[in-house]
Design a protein around this ligand. Structure first.
Ligand code: GLA
Length: 392
């Protein structure tokens, strides 16, 4: 999508295009470290070139008018800056509304409303964070339009709060952080307990990052996401009964040895498996970044596969479609590693594939996946994209 096209579309919907500015925020793909962010563990996501665009302009009055090119049949959705309420039927606009609500809670008074036309090229409900993308997009647009002072990490935290409090999804910080802090050709190694982070260059020599969209839709709110989170909290409470673990704050504080010595305190078999995933996945993420830093891409790939298996067997968030993708992809020639990415329950897989095998990979996986599930997968060979920005 170009700036010019966004402005043209804006003009068609809102009459004129004087004073319109255009912003972009990426989506993200998580390479490893899944369901660790609300357990105080490490994650390793990166921004992707696909994302969400906004053409936006302040109004004179207090109206806010939203329009999405992806859902143009819904027409203009209208609200007022001093009357922001979650409304299920307002659907995607609840994300920007939630962000503005949080900005207002910082004590910032908006002098007027605005009109905002949005377009996204991220497949929606696919685990590539279209919701965090639109949150960060809104926050950046507000910062620039209204001269608000807010750094990138604070932007991420504000957007997460908007999603937790306004939209009722108890997500961790990974998505908003990865998007607000995205950097071209780098993944972000983030310790979610401290928010310490490091950019790690993703220089893949003759290897492609391929995202496969299962086209099995995933709704975070309606999924078992909040349930998993609660199961981990219960497991933490139980293991803290042990003297050795009494002082830990999160499952991410546990080494594998500590966990193995004390796991019998978690008396519920399901919660034990959830905790095992959280502890081992955190370690896998640490090892994976070490491996990448040492140019050991094979090891990185192997850890990706182990991550999928743990998400399938211990965390139980993969589902038939993502497992069908894994089964097909993990055995293909040229595949270094592959796993589901994001919350799970449908959505996308991420794979590292040797360049010369990418075409064959797409052709064969596509056939096998459709044969098994009846669904048609979409493939996106991608590079690592940059962070949110204004289009000049
Ligand atoms: C969703 C959430 C993130 C994270 C992932 C799973 O994307 O928004 O905070 O928990 O699921 O790793």
């Amino acid at each position: 999508m170009t700036k010019r096209k966004m402005i043209e579309e804006f003009e068609k919907v809102f009459g004129t295009s004087e004073g319109v500015r255009v912003f972009f925020a990426p989506g993200r793909v998580n390479l490893i470290g899944e369901h660790t962010d609300y357990n105080g563990g490490h994650v390793f996501p990166c921004a992707i070139p696909l994302g969400t665009y906004a053409a936006i302009r302040k109004r004179e009055d207090s109206k806010i008018r939203f329009f999405s090119l992806n859902y143009d049949q819904n027409g203009i959705i209208e609200t007022r800056i001093n009357n922001l309420k979650f409304n299920k039927t307002d659907w995607w606009t609840n994300y920007p509304k939630g962000v503005i609500d949080q900005i207002k809670k910082m004590g910032i008074a908006f002098s007027s409303g605005f009109e905002m036309l949005v377009y996204g090229d991220l497949p929606s409900s696919s685990g590539l964070s279209s919701s965090a993308s639109i949150e960060v997009l809104t926050c950046l647009s507000m910062i620039r339009l209204y001269g608000i002072k807010l750094g990138k990490i604070k932007t991420a935290l504000l957007c997460q709060k908007a999603e937790n409090e306004f939209c009722g999804v108890n997500c961790g910080i990974m998505d908003q952080f990865a998007i607000a802090m995205g950097k071209k050709d780098h993944a972000i190694y983030l310790d979610t307990a401290t928010l310490d982070y490091k950019y790690v260059p993703i220089k893949l020599d003759k290897i492609k990052l391929v995202i496969t969209c299962s086209n099995k839709k995933r709704g975070l709110g309606s999924s078992k996401y909040n349930e998993r989170r609660a199961e981990c909290e219960d497991a933490l409470r139980m293991i803290k009964e042990s003297e050795e673990c009494a002082n830990i704050k999160t499952l991410g504080d546990l080494s594998i040895e500590q966990f193995e010595r004390n796991k019998h305190y978690i008396t519920d078999e399901v919660k034990l498996r959830r905790a095992r995933h959280a502890v081992y996945e955190n370690m896998r993420t640490i090892w994976a970044v070490e491996a990448l830093t040492n140019n050991d891409i094979e090891k990185f790939g192997q850890l990706m596969n182990e991550s999928h298996i743990s998400l399938r067997d211990d965390y139980e968030v993969t589902g038939e479609e993502l497992d069908a993708l894994y089964d097909a992809q993990s055995k293909m020639k040229g595949v270094i590693g592959t796993r589901m990415t994001g919350a799970g329950f449908g959505g996308c897989a991420v794979s590292l594939v040797k360049e010369e095998y990418v075409d064959e990979f797409i052709e064969k996986v596509s056939k096998e996946y459709t044969k098994k599930t009846g669904l048609v997968a979409d493939f996106y060979p991608l590079s690592v994209g940059g962070g949110p920005r204004e289009l000049r």
